[in-house]
Design a protein around this ligand. Structure first.
Ligand SMILES: Cc1cc2nc3c(=O)[nH]c(=O)nc-3n(C[C@H](O)[C@H](O)[C@H](O)COP(=O)(O)OP(=O)(O)OC[C@H]3O[C@@H](n4cnc5c(N)ncnc54)[C@H](O)[C@@H]3O)c2cc1C
Length: 536
């Protein structure tokens, strides 16, 4: 799930890797001795998201705040973080879920914490000074060396062994395939990674990097942008890449970061995945990865620590109206089952597009006719007793099976200093990309617990056929609208820029949907950018 130093990997090869299921709600069941749990916001709130609000719903009380932030994911929290940096503390955050963090939230059991969604952050590019400053403030960066490269806290850098790939029942080191390669495979792999090395340096006519994070600060003038209009697979065919191993790897990488493979994401997005990350550190290799047992829940917790009392969970915004002096938001409190109103001078709306459309139905007539796809995901945390491994490279942080529908599993306790664990927790990632997102979403919401459990066990059995007896617990999370995908003609579409424009200097927008690439760095930038807009 990471883009490591590919060329290094390749030289080895020549010698020889949303919304939660709101409607499903929380359930617990036991089958065949396995404790089974579907996590996510409660079912009542889920239904309300879809339903129209009655005209005369009783209002219990009215609160007043200068700024209301709607959405307690990374983008909303980043906005709060940057407001505080500007000396503004007069905000309140409401979040519909009982947990904070949105797609970066986490769970735990007696053996480990584990992610429900986002689980790693590659070391940021050196130009990303705000994110580097945040990591330094939170002691993930402990200093800089003589060349001003950040020194990362060893405890936060992914420990070795980092990645492995199961090919023909044998674990190889790394995810880029390096076993049983033909001359054609080697040629294509070498050619592709040479192209990426060049693209990392590519600059547009405006002097800015072509492939850059955040995307909004990348070059706006360059010939590569036209590749946003074709599929990545089409581009690869045009360039005569035919190695099945390379094509599998590229498809895997896109499914990993974007939830969709090379046939569905744009060629620009495909290249961006590899060419935009240029992170360097004093004590780690290029593009090293920061990770924690609770995944990016760790970063969310750090982000929120200075404004925790200002966050209220279990609060669903249902309707926003404009008033003479600002905005009026009607909110459903799932804890008291009552509606109330927050009047605020300004709103930062840190929610996905489809929620915005509902909330602002009476306020805006924005054109959303763009190829917008929110990709569903199934993330399962599986607890195992007496786990025994296969032959080859030992258990790593990221463990991938070639040609599988899943992306493989992350070992949740990988960063633990303990050498023995009573039970192991594996986080199995599965983008639900075999068909149309809307249909798949419906299908998964309708699945029974038995069906879900059987599917998850079968997915893990693809790695280990006899694993079922070792499973003691499964805690799974269906992300119905998981993440926005950089589908063909979405990322660089001119119309997309307009979506982020504030309304009447009162309603401001921040969410990874506006970037089109759903990663921590983009969410962090969304928060910074919205605060600049709001303050200015
Ligand atoms: C399965 C999965 C794995 C991922 N893995 C990674 C990874 O390893 N690394 C990485 O960098 N990124 C990863 N991501 C991307 C991740 O989505 C982003 O990093 C980031 O967390 C997105 O933050 P956000 O605030 O933009 O959006 P969200 O997380 O969608 O936050 C929006 C928030 O708004 C709340 N909300 C929505 N409607 C309302 C309402 N009406 N009222 C109140 N609150 C509301 C939601 O509950 C949510 O908390 C992953 C995503 C998924 C789905």
């Amino acid at each position: 799930m990471t883009r490591k130093n590919f060329l290094k990997k390749l030289s080895l090869s020549t010698a020889g890797i949303y919304f939660a299921s709101l409607w499903a709600g929380c359930k617990a069941a036991t089958q065949k001795g396995i404790s089974f749990f579907v996590s996510g916001a409660n079912a009542k709130i889920g239904h309300l998201v879809r339903e129209e609000m009655a005209e005369n719903v009783p209002i219990s009380h009215t609160e007043k705040h200068e700024i209301l932030i709607i959405g307690g994911g990374v983008s909303g929290f980043s906005a709060a973080y940057f407001l505080q940096k500007k000396g503004v503390n007069t905000f309140k955050i409401i979040e519909l879920d009982d947990k904070i963090g949105g797609n970066s939230q986490f769970g735990e059991n007696e053996f480990s914490q584990y992610p429900y969604g986002a689980h790693y952050l590659p070391i940021p590019n050196v130009e990303n000074v705000d994110l580097l400053a945040f990591l330094q403030e939170k002691k993930i960066i402990t200093g800089v060396d003589a060349e001003k490269l950040p020194i990362y806290n060893e405890q936060d850098l992914c420990f070795d062994p980092e990645e492995r790939l199961l090919i023909q029942n044998y674990w190889q080191e790394g995810i880029v395939p390096n076993m049983h390669l033909t001359e054609g495979d080697k040629k294509d792999l070498n050619r592709f990674f040479a192209l990426i090395a060049t693209l990392k340096q590519a600059k547009g006519e405006d002097g800015k990097a072509v492939f850059h994070i955040p995307l909004a600060e990348a070059s706006q003038q360059n010939e590569w942008r036209k590749l946003d209009k074709i599929a990545f697979s089409v581009y690869l065919r045009q360039e005569n890449y035919t190695s099945k191993k390379l094509l599998w790897y590229l498809d895997y990488a896109c499914r990993d970061d974007y939830g969709q493979g090379i046939d569905k994401v744009s060629a620009f997005a495909g290249l961006h995945y590899f060419a935009s990350r240029k992170g360097k550190g004093a004590n780690c290799e290029e593009n090293a990865v920061l990770t924690w047992a609770n995944g990016n829940g760790h970063l969310v917790t750090l982000l929120a620590e200075t404004f925790l009392p200002q966050i209220q969970t279990g609060q669903l915004a249902r309707k926003i109206e404009m008033t003479e002096n600002g905005c009026k938001t009607t909110i459903y409190d799932s804890k008291t089952a009552k509606h109330y109103v927050i009047e605020s001078a300004k709103i930062i709306l840190a929610v996905p597009f489809f929620v915005r459309k509902k909330l602002l139905a009476n306020v805006e007539k924005t054109d959303f006719s763009l190829p917008i796809i929110h990709q569903p995901w199934l993330v399962s945390n599986i607890t195992l007793k007496n786990f025994t491994d296969k032959h080859g490279f030992p258990l790593a942080w990221d463990n991938v099976l070639m040609n599988s529908e899943t992306l493989g599993f992350v070992f949740a306790q990988h960063q633990s200093l303990k050498t023995q664990h009573e039970q192991l927790v594996f986080t199995l990632y599965k983008p639900l990309d075999k068909g149309e997102a809307r249909e798949i979403r419906k299908q998964y919401y309708a699945k029974t617990e038995e069906e879900l459990q059987a599917e998850i066990i079968a997915d893990l059995q693809a790695f280990y056929p006899n694993i079922a007896e070792q499973i003691t617990a499964i805690d799974c999370h269906i992300w119905g609208h998981g993440m926005i995908s950089p589908s063909i003609d979405f990322l660089l579409n001119e119309k997309k820029k307009d979506l982020r424009k504030p309304i009447a200097s009162k309603i401001f927008f921040a969410h990874t949907d506006y970037s089109g690439i759903s990663i921590f760095e983009e969410a962090f930038w969304q928060g910074k950018n919205v605060v600049e807009e709001l303050i200015n």
